[in-house]
Design a protein around this ligand. Structure first.
Ligand SMILES: *[C@@H]1O[C@H](CO)[C@@H](O)[C@H](O)[C@H]1NC(C)=O
Ligand SMILES: *[C@@H]1O[C@H](CO)[C@@H](O)[C@H](O)[C@H]1NC(C)=O
Ligand SMILES: *[C@@H]1O[C@H](CO)[C@@H](O)[C@H](O)[C@H]1NC(C)=O
Length: 489
């Protein structure tokens, strides 16, 4: 008995310990489905137009005599699906219902009555009140993409009406029910198989969805689907991995996504929720790749000043030993008139936090300062610890999430001096040292980071969908994008 409990307890534990929480969630609402319906119906209409009604022939009886008939060359001339609805089936998928569809076809007839009356002509076929109901399950294709399968399909034809035209057609119209019956059967037998044929087409389209996007030379974004979609009567929700990795080397970040649920909003077609975990996995990957390492030289500063010279009061600001004279007097004394180089490098991954309407980045880095001798060799001067906080503004542009940051405040402290003792900048009375370093960062590192952030990060692939009126809100621990979409075909 105890053994049984142990086994049960272990079984209960297994899924919990192996489960990965999604970093990104995508929710498709009824409004999104209604839009998708138009696309689905167009596809279905094309498929149904390929219905072929086989030639029919047979015998019947009118009054006292037998009639022998054949109908040939039946072709669909019109097929309308005017009324359709798509609804969610909790737990499984979607149901597409078509009402009042109608089909018009034309063909030729030929008939013989008794032994001496023969006639032929053409006929019009009208099928009206066609209803089709299809249940489609939405699954995970086990390779991280959604896939669909047809779980049931029914088709009904209310009226099938044939009218002959031509010589003696009034007479032959009397036996048209002989012809209507097999035609109804032939149509009825074809509708559901044709509907089923659209399923592989949809899956082929879904299989082209990319689940890993290369962002740049440093990182790629994995948004493969985790687990099965959650389907309620209001929406379909997909959990996506949502992790940024270094290209070619999949180090899992040392932190994991927390479980979260989407707010119950339904006014847009689509909602995408990006967790702080996802964004921090990007910071972790960039840090690992050494992307947060910036060389700053006087030439770089000079170049930037040249472009702002006209209206800059700091245009004689230089990265040289004199600039640091007030804070570290010996630097200017030991190396008079020499230029300097700074290397700013993160010591750990920046940490991004989301609070309502507020994104904050905490950055821990070092600043290594070297002097550049006349012969271009370097000597180390000092190393600083730099703690900074920045506020990014995030926005959506096209299918990308973009950002730009401004530096809030920085805090410097001495890590190591190679030129003897000097007062730790964190204890210096005036904040001149901080101001110099902050100005340098704002002129060099920040613009460089912003160029990169403006290239943007791809939102999970939406196939050939263009976002319409996307809205982005910063909530506690996540970013929420609500958007309508437009299919680009
Ligand atoms: C944003 O959050 C940070 C840290 O929580 C805080 O220091 C800062 O003042 C906030 N900014 C705004 C504009 O609320
Ligand atoms: C470059 O100049 C510095 C300072 O004058 C000197 O100490 C160093 O030996 C020189 N290095 C080379 C390779 O000439
Ligand atoms: C100096 O910086 C390194 C990181 O490069 C850090 O590990 C170390 O603790 C720092 N030392 C001091 C005294 O701040």
């Amino acid at each position: 008995m105890i053994l049984v409990w142990c086994v049960l307890a272990l079984l209960a534990l297994v899924p919990v310990s192996t489960a990965t929480n999604p970093g990104v969630k995508v929710k498709l609402t009824q409004k999104g489905l209604d839009y998708g319906r138009q696309l689905g119906v167009a596809t279905l209409q094309q498929k149904l137009r390929t219905i072929s009604i086989p030639d029919q022939s047979g015998k019947g009886r009118i009054f006292i005599g037998k009639v022998e008939y054949s109908v040939t060359g039946i072709r669909i001339v019109n097929l309308q699906l005017p009324t359709s609805t798509v609804g969610l089936v909790s737990g499984t998928g979607v149901r597409l219902s078509i009402d009042n569809a109608n089909i018009k076809a034309q063909g030729n007839w030929r008939a013989k009555y008794l032994w001496f009356i023969k006639a032929s002509g053409s006929f019009d076929l009208t099928v009206s009140g066609v209803t089709i109901s299809v249940n489609i399950a939405v699954n995970n294709d086990n390779r991280g993409r959604p896939s669909v399968s047809m779980t049931s399909s029914t088709a009904n034809l209310r009226d099938v009406n044939v009218r002959f035209t031509g010589r003696l057609s009034w007479f032959y119209n009397l036996f048209r029910s002989y012809i209507e019956r097999p035609i109804r059967k032939a149509l009825q037998a074809q509708i559901c198989p044709l509907v089923a044929k659209s399923i592989p087409d949809i899956n082929a389209e879904l299989a082209t969805l990319n689940v890993v996007a290369k962002v740049d030379n440093y990182v790629e974004f994995d948004y493969s689907m985790l687990g099965s979609p959650i389907i309620s009567s209001e929406s379909i929700e997909l959990g996506l991995k949502g992790v940024f990795y270094n290209i070619g080397q999949r180090n899992e970040p040392p932190f994991s996504a927390k479980p979260f649920s989407l707010p119950s909003l339904n006014s847009k077609m689509l909602y995408i929720r990006l967790s702080a975990f996802t964004v921090n996995s990007a910071a972790f990957a960039y840090h690992n790749a050494g992307a947060f390492s910036f060389d700053i030289t006087d030439d770089l500063l000079g170049g930037l000043f040249a472009s702002r010279r006209a209206n800059s009061p700091d245009s004689d600001f230089h990265l040289n030993t004199k600039t640091f004279e007030a804070s570290i007097p010996q630097v200017a004394k030991l190396f008079p008139g020499l230029k300097m180089k700074l290397l700013v490098k993160t010591v750990k991954a920046p940490i991004i936090t989301f609070e309502p309407n507020n994104v904050t980045v905490q950055i821990s880095s070092t600043v290594m300062a070297d002097v550049i001798h006349q012969n271009n060799t370097l000597s180390p001067l000092f190393m600083l610890n730099l703690e900074a906080s920045a506020s990014p503004q995030v926005n959506i542009d096209g299918l990308n999430l973009k950002a730009s940051v401004t530096l809030n405040r920085i805090q410097l402290s001495l890590n190591k001096s190679y030129v003897g003792k000097f007062e730790d900048p964190s204890r210096q009375a005036s904040s001149q040292f901080d101001n110099i370093v902050k100005t340098i960062l704002e002129l060099t590192v920040i613009p460089k980071v912003n160029v990169h952030l403006q290239n943007g990060f791809p939102l999970p692939a939406l196939g050939k969908i263009k976002l319409v009126n996307p809205q982005l809100v910063v909530m506690k621990d996540y970013l929420l994008v609500g958007t309508d979409g437009q299919y680009l075909g």
